[in-house]
Design a protein around this ligand. Structure first.
Ligand SMILES: *Cc1c(COP(=O)(O)O)cnc(C)c1O
Length: 399
């Protein structure tokens, strides 16, 4: 056993839930109203204030918000939606489930987000929308994005699932733009257990979103109802909304802590000579370049801290690396393998070589622990473990 394994396990991520939140949830549980009601309304109002007064509706997941956003844009069979191949698979699944076709555009290997300079070449007469993702909370360039959308009259559905609290030129993501979809999954920067919200353009669109959210029902003053569109069942419970109300108040402090921890990762990697310059065991030895994220300390919300490790060069597999980290008491993750190489997507004709940057990062990416309750010495521990594992494998390779 490793000495380090005596320390408590450091998970990849963990939500921070305080006693005020737990007491608030207990109060809702005792109130006699636990599904969508006054807490959901209050949460939507607080979110709307956060997003500069734009209409907001709450849902039971970030996937549901994307599905409803596609429905609001009338996207279905015959339509194409341009998106990134490097995301959580939900991003592309919702397009397929709407009956439309995902058109992937490769990523920029530095930002790891969709390469905006390649979008125009992917536009066809069937293109209806662009669905960008702010991977790890690093925002896609909104000026360039909306210039393309405007020029080609396309809708934008921002899959901002990971970018709650991230910024673009001073404004928070969601305050500007077309439809903006956010997730409150427990791994995201703020949570409602499960949940999401959609930022909309006007009250009319918000009313339509409400219909899609709950079976298409519109109630009238006489206690009756009408159904003229076939909606789904995507409403947020008051229990979830109550968690969200407390989390929203803490979002800025959560994100500040994430940013400080990210900064500390950069400092540690610089000190331990693991980082952009590579791992050096001595002057004569070749550096092994680890890829670090863009060091953005103004716009990113540091949803994740992801490095790329050239496993081929190191002669170890990602599985070996993950197990070696785990034996040192550290949880790491993979976000994400390239979507187009999943079986369900290969079946549609996508194949290896289609999007080389997304494929390489999908193979080499490793997500390191990052959550508000972490301490700086946890970051030190992660960096030390990585350096140990890499120097062990490089010295083994030399034998
Ligand atoms: C988390 C996430 C989603 C889905 O959100 P859920 O709340 O889990 O449904 C969609 N897209 C991206 C990029 C995500 O990270």
């Amino acid at each position: 056993m490793n000495e380090a394994s005596a320390q408590p396990f450091l998970p990849l991520t963990r939500p921070t839930i305080d006693e005020e939140t737990i007491a608030g949830v207990a109060e809702v549980m005792r109130s006699g109203w636990i599904t969508s009601g006054p807490q959901m309304k209050a949460f939507e109002a607080a979110l709307s204030t956060y997003f500069g007064g734009r209409p907001v509706r709450a849902f039971n997941s970030g996937t549901a918000t994307l599905e409803v956003a596609l429905a609001l844009c009338n996207i279905g069979p015959g339509d194409e939606v341009i998106t990134t191949p490097l995301s959580w698979v939900a991003t592309a699944n919702v397009i397929l489930r709407a009956g439309a076709k995902p058109v992937f555009v490769d990523i920029d290997p530095v930002t790891r987000n969709i390469d905006l300079t390649l979008i125009e070449a992917a536009i066809t007469p069937n293109t209806r929308a662009i669905m960008p993702v702010d991977l790890a909370g690093l925002p896609v360039d909104r000026d360039q994005l909306y210039a393309i959308a405007k020029k080609h009259s396309l809708r934008v559905i921002e899959d901002a699932a990971q970018s709650m609290g991230a910024r673009w030129k001073g404004a928070c993501i969601g305050a500007l733009g077309d439809l903006v979809s956010i997730s409150f999954h427990p791994n995201k920067n703020m949570t409602t257990s499960e949940g999401g919200c959609l930022v909309l353009n006007n009250e009319q669109e918000a009313k339509l979103a409400e219909q899609h959210r709950l079976q298409g029902v519109v109630r009238d003053a006489d206690g009756g109802m009408e159904v003229d569109i076939v909606g789904g069942k995507f409403n947020m419970t008051d229990i979830a909304a109550r968690i969200g109300l407390s989390q929203l108040k803490q979002l800025d402090s959560f994100n500040l802590k994430r940013t400080e921890l990210a900064q500390h990762y950069f400092d540690c990697f610089a000190k331990t000579e693991v980082g952009l310059g590579g791992v050096k065991q001595g002057e004569s030895e070749q550096a092994i370049p680890l890829g670090l994220p863009v060091a953005d300390f103004t716009d990113s919300n540091w949803h994740m801290f992801q490095i790329t490790v050239p496993f081929d060069q190191l002669n170890i597999t990602r599985g070996d690396f993950i197990r070696a980290m785990q034996s040192r008491g550290i949880g790491v993750g993979v976000h994400y393998p390239a979507i187009h190489l999943f079986k369900a997507y290969r079946r549609l004709g996508f194949k290896e070589g289609d999007f080389p940057h997304a494929e390489r990062i999908g193979r080499e990416t490793v997500t390191l622990p990052l959550f508000p309750a972490m301490q700086f010495n946890d970051v030190d521990r992660v960096c030390t473990a990585i350096r140990e594992i890499i120097s062990e494998t490089t010295s083994q390779n030399k034998k």
